[in-house]
Design a protein around this ligand. Sequence first.
Ligand code: PEP
Ligand code: MN
Length: 339
Amino acid sequence: MIITLKRDVCRSVFELVVGRVKKLGYEPHISRGKDFTVVGMIGEGADKWKESFESMEGVEHVSAIQKPYKLASREFKKEDSIVEIGDDIKIGSKKVYIMAGPCSIESREMVLKIAKAVKEGGATILRGGGFKPRSSPYTFQGLGEKGLKYMREASEEFEIPTISEAMTVEQVELVGKYCDIIQIGARNIQNYDLLKAAGKQKKPVLLKRGMSTTIKELLLSAEYVLSQGNYNVILCERGIRTFEDSTRFTLDLNAVPVLKKLSHLPVILDPSHGTGVREYVSAMARACVAVGADGLIIEVHNCPEEALSDGPQCLLPDQFKSMVKELDVIAKAIGRYIL
Ligand code: PEP
Ligand code: MN
């Protein structure tokens, strides 16, 4: 249920409403918009209090949220959410952010080299996995914390914030210690304990849609994070499983307008995993910008044939740089920008 307060409501009336929500045993979720302040009262049985809140001073109206995901829905928050990282990065604003880097952090030298290249190529966030969810247990599993330390060094040297994946509840804290954004991967999208742990800490969370997850399920997973009090969630479409096998996955571009309609959360796209083929990445990246993505996440490697994971879909630094220039032209054509 959402309780919308009048524009000019004073502090004491606001506190009265919030206090009442708490007294009834619900966690109040506050969203301050341009015109209204909304108090979310979410949980079983909340709707039965509708009329009694309607009669309270300062309350404009009270409505039930129809969707099963509440805090993630446009019903709860009309304006687009912006996820901030440091003073400069505002994901969900007019600028389209490029996260780029290797699939896995393979060594200190390689992450430093790629960080420098992607920063020069127009990336604003460095990606790289320390903990890798590999399909086979016999393939490279990542350098773990050592890799995150290298990533942190690259971040400081090139002044670029970082994103890395956490696969377990324990790794959430560890990744948060070294990186600026915690990635929850496609394979863990319905690991509810992990989602709750990500929701209990303060760093922004990038939630990747599972390869067989519907948009509704993705939003319900986002709801797990939001419900714990962390509102800094970025959604990511990274390709779904279809009957088509000429690409690794099928990048579901439809997800962008659908998610934008259903939710206020920023949406980014991953054409690297979405295609799995280097040759197709730039073309799909152009489509991602055109369809309205708030950002892209791209795998880049200086020697893809020797990469320990996802080499076939990694762009070379030069390819990355020229792609970003093209993407900037497309972004500008729709009133946004990259560079
Ligand atoms: C990755 O970003 O390297 C990754 C493993 O992504 P996904 O979870 O989308 O497969
Ligand atoms: Mn990868």
